[in-house]
Write a new protein. Structure first.
Lengths: 161, 172
């Protein structure tokens, strides 16, 4: 009985941290800024980003350029949406989907022994050893995007829907 | 509602990404040419090839390996040539700039520390250039077991309409 009560109390404490308005807004800005920064080179130089995608050897050739054109804009719009709090919940879902996809792609690349720079923030190069670093970075970042996914805070959203 | 927001963001991204591509100087083709059909022919073997040299491969085999995606293409020319037209996705190890000492360490790091049995294809511009042969000999001597030489080089590659990467036009 007492044990269950303690566990219950612990859960509400975790819940309270996750739902914290200040934490949520800080994470929103941090994650949003990360996605915006990551999108910039890709939007300016889609050819370089296409090459980065190509290095993963995961996307069919015909789709690489379409992905190189669209994905950076998803990142940019989601980044803006998180910071402004517009289309907020859709953006939270999308950044989480993107994080899972990026982690999946990097893991496959590492498992296959393809040495890549992830192409996350700058154009990828073959034969560098940054894939691991990128994976660690993404694994940390997804903790924050998951916090956003579970947070029930509705503070400082431009549109609360 | 979340689904509607998600789809709105995706649609906006598609419109902006595909639409603005029409107007930027860095525009790319909507459908990239990452795989192309091969045309078979015999490998070009230079007159100074010696018994025991790494194998010479023709453009069709080079293309096959290229499409497999597990091969490292090494452009052995100087960076100026590398930048003005090279096989897509290759790395540049200029034979002329190899160090006199610490060659093994230099090449290992230039290749990103890949396993010695990784498939490596060296090439330069074409028949007039044998830097690819010399670098391939070096790699073979260091214990890289799967080195091949694509002696047709970037010119033959381009002639067959295969993917070329070009930072700027060549200064002639």
């Amino acid at each position: 009985m007492g044990k269950a009560w303690a566990a219950d109390r612990k859960e509400t404490r975790v819940r309270r941290v996750i739902d914290n308005d200040l934490l949520t807004v800080i994470v929103r800005v941090a994650v949003g800024a990360t996605f915006i920064i990551a999108s910039v080179y890709k939007i300016r130089d889609p050819g370089a980003f296409a090459k980065s995608i190509w290095f993963y050897h995961l996307v069919p050739g015909d789709l690489i350029n379409l992905m190189a054109l669209i994905l950076p804009w998803i990142e940019l719009l989601c980044g803006l949406a998180l910071i402004l709090g517009l289309f907020y919940h859709g953006a939270v879902v999308l950044v989480n989907v993107m994080m899972v996809t990026f982690i999946f792609a990097l893991s496959i690349a590492i498992a296959r022994g393809i040495d890549i720079d992830c192409g996350c923030f700058k154009a990828g190069q073959a034969a560098t050893r940054a894939a691991w670093e990128a994976l660690v970075f993404d694994l940390v970042l997804i903790l924050f995007t998951l916090q956003l996914l579970f947070s029930r805070s509705k503070q400082w959203l431009l549109s609360s829907s | 509602m979340i689904i509607r927001q998600t789809l709105t963001i995706l649609a906006l991204a598609a419109i902006l990404g595909l639409g603005l591509n029409l107007f930027t100087p860095n525009r790319i083709a909507y459908i990239g040419q990452y795989r192309t059909l091969s045309t078979g022919n015999d490998p070009i073997v230079p007159p100074n090839a010696a018994p025991g040299d790494p194998p010479f491969i023709a453009v069709d085999l080079a293309e096959l390996e290229f499409n497999s995606g597990s091969v490292i293409f090494v452009d052995t020319r100087v960076p100026e040539d590398f930048e003005c037209g090279t096989i897509f996705g290759s790395i540049n190890i200029p034979f002329d700039y190899l160090p006199d000492e610490g060659l093994e360490k230099y090449l290992d790091s230039a290749l990103g520390g890949v396993a010695r049995d990784r498939m490596i294809i060296t090439y330069c511009s074409g028949e007039e250039c044998d830097l690819s042969l010399h670098l391939a000999r070096n790699l073979q001597a260091l214990g890289y077991t799967r080195v091949s030489i694509f002696f047709g080089g970037s010119r033959e590659w381009e002639k067959h309409g295969l993917p070329i990467e070009r930072k700027h036009a060549c200064d002639e």
